[in-house]
Design a protein around this ligand. Structure first.
Ligand SMILES: Nc1ncnc2c1ncn2[C@@H]1O[C@H](COP(=O)(O)OP(=O)(O)OP(=O)(O)O)[C@@H](O)[C@H]1O
Length: 252
Protein backbone atom coordinates (compact mmCIF):
# COMPACT_ATOMS: atom_id res chain seq x y z
CA UNK A 1 0.00 0.00 0.00
CA UNK A 2 1.29 3.44 -0.82
CA UNK A 3 1.39 6.31 1.63
CA UNK A 4 -0.20 9.41 0.10
CA UNK A 5 1.24 12.81 1.14
CA UNK A 6 -0.50 16.02 0.05
CA UNK A 7 1.60 19.21 -0.02
CA UNK A 8 -0.98 21.94 0.46
CA UNK A 9 -1.47 25.56 1.39
CA UNK A 10 -4.13 27.83 -0.05
CA UNK A 11 -1.52 30.56 -0.38
CA UNK A 12 0.56 30.70 -3.55
CA UNK A 13 4.31 31.01 -3.70
CA UNK A 14 5.06 29.20 -0.44
CA UNK A 15 7.20 26.50 -2.13
CA UNK A 16 4.57 23.76 -2.48
CA UNK A 17 5.90 22.74 -5.88
CA UNK A 18 9.54 23.00 -4.85
CA UNK A 19 8.75 20.90 -1.78
CA UNK A 20 6.74 18.24 -3.63
CA UNK A 21 9.49 17.77 -6.23
CA UNK A 22 12.28 17.73 -3.61
CA UNK A 23 10.58 15.27 -1.27
CA UNK A 24 9.55 12.93 -4.09
CA UNK A 25 13.13 12.91 -5.37
CA UNK A 26 14.52 12.38 -1.88
CA UNK A 27 12.16 9.44 -1.33
CA UNK A 28 13.28 7.98 -4.67
CA UNK A 29 16.93 8.37 -3.68
CA UNK A 30 16.13 6.21 -0.67
CA UNK A 31 15.04 3.45 -3.03
CA UNK A 32 11.30 4.05 -2.77
CA UNK A 33 8.91 3.80 -5.69
CA UNK A 34 7.43 7.29 -5.98
CA UNK A 35 4.51 8.85 -7.82
CA UNK A 36 4.04 12.62 -8.05
CA UNK A 37 0.72 14.10 -9.12
CA UNK A 38 0.49 17.71 -10.36
CA UNK A 39 -2.87 19.11 -9.26
CA UNK A 40 -2.07 22.76 -9.88
CA UNK A 41 -3.66 24.28 -13.01
CA UNK A 42 -0.53 26.40 -13.43
CA UNK A 43 1.33 23.11 -14.02
CA UNK A 44 4.53 24.47 -12.46
CA UNK A 45 5.59 21.02 -11.27
CA UNK A 46 5.05 19.52 -14.71
CA UNK A 47 7.11 22.25 -16.36
CA UNK A 48 9.75 22.20 -13.61
CA UNK A 49 10.41 18.50 -14.07
CA UNK A 50 10.56 18.86 -17.81
CA UNK A 51 7.47 16.90 -18.71
CA UNK A 52 5.27 17.75 -21.68
CA UNK A 53 1.80 19.02 -21.06
CA UNK A 54 0.09 16.31 -23.03
CA UNK A 55 0.68 18.26 -26.25
CA UNK A 56 1.01 15.02 -28.14
CA UNK A 57 -2.38 13.93 -26.85
CA UNK A 58 -0.92 11.89 -24.01
CA UNK A 59 -3.26 11.63 -21.04
CA UNK A 60 -2.81 13.98 -18.07
CA UNK A 61 -4.34 14.30 -14.63
CA UNK A 62 -7.32 15.96 -16.36
CA UNK A 63 -8.10 12.66 -18.10
CA UNK A 64 -7.56 10.73 -14.89
CA UNK A 65 -10.05 12.95 -13.03
CA UNK A 66 -12.53 12.67 -15.88
CA UNK A 67 -12.27 8.85 -15.83
CA UNK A 68 -10.87 8.76 -19.37
CA UNK A 69 -7.49 7.40 -18.32
CA UNK A 70 -6.02 5.31 -15.54
CA UNK A 71 -3.06 6.65 -13.58
CA UNK A 72 -0.68 4.11 -15.19
CA UNK A 73 -1.42 5.38 -18.69
CA UNK A 74 -0.86 9.01 -17.69
CA UNK A 75 2.53 8.52 -16.00
CA UNK A 76 5.71 10.05 -17.41
CA UNK A 77 9.10 9.35 -15.85
CA UNK A 78 11.23 12.33 -14.79
CA UNK A 79 15.00 12.63 -15.22
CA UNK A 80 15.31 11.69 -11.54
CA UNK A 81 13.28 8.51 -12.02
CA UNK A 82 10.15 9.72 -10.29
CA UNK A 83 6.84 8.83 -11.90
CA UNK A 84 4.74 11.93 -12.59
CA UNK A 85 1.12 12.39 -13.60
CA UNK A 86 1.38 15.75 -15.38
CA UNK A 87 -1.12 18.56 -15.12
CA UNK A 88 -3.06 19.38 -18.27
CA UNK A 89 -3.88 22.77 -19.68
CA UNK A 90 -7.57 22.20 -19.01
CA UNK A 91 -7.08 21.41 -15.31
CA UNK A 92 -8.73 24.67 -14.29
CA UNK A 93 -11.83 23.42 -16.13
CA UNK A 94 -11.69 20.10 -14.25
CA UNK A 95 -12.71 21.87 -11.08
CA UNK A 96 -15.95 23.00 -12.68
CA UNK A 97 -16.49 19.68 -14.47
CA UNK A 98 -16.04 17.76 -11.23
CA UNK A 99 -18.70 19.84 -9.53
CA UNK A 100 -21.37 17.90 -11.39
CA UNK A 101 -19.95 14.45 -10.65
CA UNK A 102 -21.39 12.27 -7.88
CA UNK A 103 -18.74 11.40 -5.25
CA UNK A 104 -16.55 14.09 -6.80
CA UNK A 105 -14.39 14.39 -3.69
CA UNK A 106 -13.30 10.75 -3.96
CA UNK A 107 -12.46 10.61 -7.69
CA UNK A 108 -8.73 11.01 -7.08
CA UNK A 109 -8.74 8.59 -4.14
CA UNK A 110 -10.36 5.91 -6.29
CA UNK A 111 -7.95 6.54 -9.19
CA UNK A 112 -4.94 6.23 -6.86
CA UNK A 113 -6.32 3.07 -5.24
CA UNK A 114 -5.74 1.31 -8.55
CA UNK A 115 -1.98 1.88 -8.31
CA UNK A 116 -1.63 1.52 -4.54
CA UNK A 117 0.54 -1.58 -5.03
CA UNK A 118 2.83 0.10 -7.55
CA UNK A 119 4.21 2.84 -5.29
CA UNK A 120 5.58 3.26 -1.79
CA UNK A 121 4.93 7.01 -1.75
CA UNK A 122 2.49 9.21 -3.63
CA UNK A 123 3.09 12.98 -3.39
CA UNK A 124 0.28 15.37 -4.40
CA UNK A 125 1.23 18.94 -5.36
CA UNK A 126 -1.92 20.96 -4.65
CA UNK A 127 -3.09 24.21 -6.20
CA UNK A 128 -3.12 27.41 -4.13
CA UNK A 129 -6.84 27.21 -3.45
CA UNK A 130 -9.29 25.34 -1.30
CA UNK A 131 -11.43 24.20 -4.23
CA UNK A 132 -12.45 20.71 -5.24
CA UNK A 133 -9.01 19.74 -6.49
CA UNK A 134 -7.52 20.42 -3.07
CA UNK A 135 -10.43 18.81 -1.22
CA UNK A 136 -9.99 15.78 -3.49
CA UNK A 137 -6.28 15.67 -2.68
CA UNK A 138 -6.97 15.87 1.07
CA UNK A 139 -9.55 13.12 0.69
CA UNK A 140 -7.03 10.89 -1.11
CA UNK A 141 -4.20 11.63 1.32
CA UNK A 142 -3.03 9.87 4.44
CA UNK A 143 -0.97 12.89 5.46
CA UNK A 144 -0.79 16.58 4.64
CA UNK A 145 2.33 18.72 4.87
CA UNK A 146 1.84 22.49 4.95
CA UNK A 147 4.71 24.57 3.58
CA UNK A 148 4.67 28.22 4.49
CA UNK A 149 7.00 31.03 3.69
CA UNK A 150 7.97 32.04 7.20
CA UNK A 151 8.75 35.61 6.33
CA UNK A 152 5.44 36.05 4.55
CA UNK A 153 3.54 35.21 7.70
CA UNK A 154 1.03 33.10 5.83
CA UNK A 155 -0.92 32.53 8.99
CA UNK A 156 -4.38 33.27 7.68
CA UNK A 157 -3.96 30.81 4.84
CA UNK A 158 -2.70 28.17 7.27
CA UNK A 159 -5.77 28.63 9.46
CA UNK A 160 -8.05 28.29 6.44
CA UNK A 161 -6.27 25.16 5.29
CA UNK A 162 -6.49 23.62 8.76
CA UNK A 163 -10.24 24.36 8.80
CA UNK A 164 -10.56 22.55 5.47
CA UNK A 165 -8.53 19.62 6.83
CA UNK A 166 -10.92 19.46 9.79
CA UNK A 167 -13.91 19.43 7.41
CA UNK A 168 -12.40 16.73 5.24
CA UNK A 169 -11.58 14.69 8.33
CA UNK A 170 -15.12 15.03 9.64
CA UNK A 171 -16.87 14.10 6.41
CA UNK A 172 -14.58 12.31 3.99
CA UNK A 173 -11.28 11.10 5.41
CA UNK A 174 -11.24 10.56 9.19
CA UNK A 175 -7.66 9.30 9.28
CA UNK A 176 -6.06 12.35 7.58
CA UNK A 177 -3.06 13.52 9.61
CA UNK A 178 -1.33 16.92 9.45
CA UNK A 179 2.21 15.61 9.45
CA UNK A 180 3.65 19.05 9.99
CA UNK A 181 4.22 22.66 9.03
CA UNK A 182 7.28 23.32 6.90
CA UNK A 183 8.70 26.84 7.01
CA UNK A 184 10.40 27.53 3.68
CA UNK A 185 12.61 30.27 2.26
CA UNK A 186 13.77 31.05 5.77
CA UNK A 187 16.66 33.44 6.17
CA UNK A 188 18.34 31.71 9.07
CA UNK A 189 20.50 34.74 9.75
CA UNK A 190 17.47 36.86 10.54
CA UNK A 191 16.24 36.96 14.12
CA UNK A 192 12.72 37.75 12.91
CA UNK A 193 12.49 34.63 10.75
CA UNK A 194 13.86 32.50 13.57
CA UNK A 195 11.24 33.92 15.95
CA UNK A 196 8.44 33.21 13.46
CA UNK A 197 9.61 29.62 13.07
CA UNK A 198 9.86 29.12 16.82
CA UNK A 199 6.34 30.47 17.29
CA UNK A 200 4.70 28.09 14.80
CA UNK A 201 4.66 24.90 16.86
CA UNK A 202 3.00 26.36 19.96
CA UNK A 203 0.66 28.49 17.85
CA UNK A 204 -0.80 25.60 15.89
CA UNK A 205 0.06 22.71 18.19
CA UNK A 206 1.56 20.87 15.24
CA UNK A 207 5.01 19.44 14.49
CA UNK A 208 7.31 21.87 12.70
CA UNK A 209 9.69 20.29 10.16
CA UNK A 210 12.67 21.90 8.50
CA UNK A 211 13.05 24.83 8.22
CA UNK A 212 14.17 25.01 4.60
CA UNK A 213 16.61 27.91 4.21
CA UNK A 214 16.35 30.42 1.43
CA UNK A 215 18.84 29.42 -1.25
CA UNK A 216 19.51 31.02 -4.60
CA UNK A 217 20.16 27.56 -6.00
CA UNK A 218 16.45 26.66 -5.76
CA UNK A 219 15.40 29.00 -8.55
CA UNK A 220 17.88 27.45 -10.99
CA UNK A 221 16.48 23.92 -10.75
CA UNK A 222 13.28 24.15 -12.88
CA UNK A 223 15.15 25.44 -15.92
CA UNK A 224 17.16 22.22 -15.87
CA UNK A 225 14.12 19.98 -15.45
CA UNK A 226 15.35 18.84 -12.05
CA UNK A 227 14.38 19.09 -8.42
CA UNK A 228 16.66 21.13 -6.17
CA UNK A 229 18.22 17.83 -5.10
CA UNK A 230 19.22 17.01 -8.65
CA UNK A 231 20.23 20.56 -9.59
CA UNK A 232 22.06 21.60 -6.42
CA UNK A 233 22.33 18.56 -4.19
CA UNK A 234 24.74 20.18 -1.76
CA UNK A 235 22.80 23.41 -1.30
CA UNK A 236 21.40 24.17 2.12
CA UNK A 237 17.85 23.77 0.77
CA UNK A 238 18.58 20.32 -0.68
CA UNK A 239 20.12 19.21 2.59
CA UNK A 240 17.08 20.43 4.51
CA UNK A 241 14.69 18.62 2.16
CA UNK A 242 16.67 15.38 2.55
CA UNK A 243 16.34 15.66 6.32
CA UNK A 244 12.60 16.35 6.08
CA UNK A 245 12.18 13.35 3.75
CA UNK A 246 14.10 11.09 6.12
CA UNK A 247 11.96 12.26 9.01
CA UNK A 248 8.81 11.49 7.02
CA UNK A 249 10.19 8.03 6.27
CA UNK A 250 10.90 7.09 9.90
CA UNK A 251 9.22 3.77 10.61
CA UNK A 252 8.48 3.00 6.97
N1 LIG B 1 14.20 27.56 -0.35
C1 LIG B 1 14.02 28.46 -1.31
N2 LIG B 1 14.93 29.43 -1.53
C2 LIG B 1 14.76 30.36 -2.50
N3 LIG B 1 13.71 30.39 -3.34
C3 LIG B 1 12.75 29.44 -3.18
C4 LIG B 1 12.86 28.43 -2.17
N4 LIG B 1 11.75 27.63 -2.26
C5 LIG B 1 11.02 28.11 -3.29
N5 LIG B 1 11.60 29.20 -3.83
C6 LIG B 1 11.11 30.01 -4.96
O1 LIG B 1 9.86 30.56 -4.61
C7 LIG B 1 8.99 30.59 -5.74
C8 LIG B 1 7.70 29.87 -5.40
O2 LIG B 1 7.99 28.50 -5.20
P1 LIG B 1 6.97 27.38 -5.66
O3 LIG B 1 6.61 27.53 -7.09
O4 LIG B 1 7.55 26.07 -5.22
O5 LIG B 1 5.71 27.75 -4.74
P2 LIG B 1 4.21 27.25 -4.83
O6 LIG B 1 3.68 27.34 -3.43
O7 LIG B 1 4.14 25.92 -5.47
O8 LIG B 1 3.55 28.35 -5.73
P3 LIG B 1 2.11 28.28 -6.46
O9 LIG B 1 1.13 28.03 -5.40
O10 LIG B 1 1.97 29.62 -7.08
O11 LIG B 1 2.19 27.15 -7.45
C9 LIG B 1 9.75 29.96 -6.89
O12 LIG B 1 10.29 30.96 -7.68
C10 LIG B 1 10.86 29.16 -6.21
O13 LIG B 1 12.03 29.05 -7.00
Amino acid sequence: MSRVLAVANSKGGVAKTTTAAALATAFRARGRRVLLVDLDPQACLTFALGADLGEDGAPTVVDVLAGRSGVRDAVVVTAEDVHLVPAGIELAGSEAALAGVPDRETVLRRALAEVAGDYDDVVLDCSPSLGLLTVGALTAADEVLVPLAAEMLGHRAVGQLLDTVADVRAHLNPSLVVVGLLPTMVDLRGAHARAVVDDLGPRYDLPVLGPVPRSVRVAEAPARGLSVLGAAGRSSAAQAYRQVADRLLVGR
